[in-house]
Design a protein around this ligand. Structure first.
Ligand SMILES: Cc1cc2nc3c(=O)[nH]c(=O)nc-3n(C[C@H](O)[C@H](O)[C@H](O)COP(=O)(O)O)c2cc1C
Length: 329
């Protein structure tokens, strides 16, 4: 993990993957305090809210942490300015190609830029445009996902680019043995989301945590697109009544498109806003039936509520044992 820890400035190269509503000051600070690297999920926050969240996190930890920004946020450049004001050391850009000027704006502030690479060609392009590190996230992950499995992305991308920039592997990681395997393949570190949802320090509603603890891998299913004219990015979440609500929302938006009442960009924005609201309903209000309980397949390995430090200690002990067994002294 040495390359990963040197890049991040922490003890263990485990990124706490940004999770909207869940990755706020308490969980982020707890992950950094435990030696990992917490990431604030900016999601749909305004610049003022992000400003307060960064300040709040700094009050809880003096260790480094980063901020995850969504590229299609309408105020992306204001959010970058807020990160610069607070001298945030690492900014992760999620949700599609970084818009023109955004990489430069982040780098000018002195921060390192981390981007998601959904395919090898894109990884190479991002490296050419100057990103400092990459995350490769497979379809086992929770939340919005791409079409390819983590194991395949790792085989396609790590051998080609892991020597050029640090690469962090995400999606479907629940135990340290898997971390060890990706490190051996050339990863600089990993990013985990689902495994941290039930941390004692996580503010997720008790119902949300209970749903996680009960669920097995097969319960974390992907959303279904109903209209070919309205392409929606699949979302992985626990199966519940919200599946029907999402179908209804897509019908409503598709009808507005049909009637020429909205443009495609607005239609897609409405879908994204739907997810933000549905996730809030489950994480904050605890309505795990009608809200969206976004979860990765690794949810099956979440067995109890426990402190972040215990989760990170278990993961590192498992990784160390796996590596020691494979490379006896
Ligand atoms: C509840 C939830 C919300 C998420 N929200 C975001 C988000 O806002 N931005 C983002 O880049 N990734 C988001 N993710 C993805 C995580 O950051 C992380 O990459 C993913 O959970 C890794 O897969 P795992 O859950 O199998 O560990 C979310 C994941 C979950 C489970």
């Amino acid at each position: 993990m040495a390359r990963g820890t040197a890049f991040l400035g922490c003890e263990v190269a485990i990124l706490g993957g940004a999770m909207s509503w869940v990755s706020e000051r308490n969980l982020v600070a707890a992950i950094s305090n435990a030696g990992g690297f917490g990431l604030i999920a900016c999601g749909a926050m305004t610049a003022d809210l992000l400003d307060a969240e960064i300040a709040g996190t700094k009050a809880l930890t003096d260790r480094p942490f980063g901020v995850n920004l969504i590229t299609m946020h309408p105020d992306l450049f204001d959010l970058i300015a807020v990160c610069a004001k607070h001298k945030v050391g690492h900014v992760v850009l999620a949700g599609g190609l970084p818009p023109r000027g955004s990489l430069e704006a982040i780098r000018e502030s002195g921060a390192k830029v981390v981007c998601f690479a959904p395919a090898l060609a894109m990884a190479k392009k991002l490296i050419r445009s100057g990103v400092d590190a990459l995350v490769i996230e497979g379809m086992e992950a929770g939340g919005h996902i791409g079409p390819v499995a983590t194991s395949v992305l790792a085989q396609e991308i790590l051998p080609e680019v892991a020597n050029e920039v640090p690469v962090f592997v995400a999606g479907g990681i629940g135990r340290g043995e898997a971390i060890a395997a990706y490190l051996e393949m050339g990863a600089a570190g990993v990013q985990l989301g689902s495994r941290f949802v039930c941390a004692t320090e996580s503010i997720a509603h008790p119902n949300f945590k209970r749903a996680f603890i009960r669920a097995s891998a097969r319960d974390a299913i992907t959303s279904v697109q109903i209209d070919p004219r309205l392409p929606v990015i699949p979302v992985r979440a626990l199966k519940n009544a919200s599946t029907e609500l999402f179908t209804a929302k897509q019908r409503e938006v598709a009808q507005q498109l049909d009637e020429g009442r909205i443009e495609m960009a607005e239609a897609q924005l409405q879908i994204e806003r739907y997810w933000a609201g549905a996730l809030r309903r489950a994480v904050i209000d605890g309505d795990v039936e009608h809200g969206s309980v976004m979860a990765g397949q690794s949810v099956g390995m979440v067995k109890a509520e426990e402190p972040v430090a215990a989760i990170i200690a278990a993961l590192t002990a498992e990784a160390e044992a796996a590596l020691a067994a494979r490379h006896p002294r």
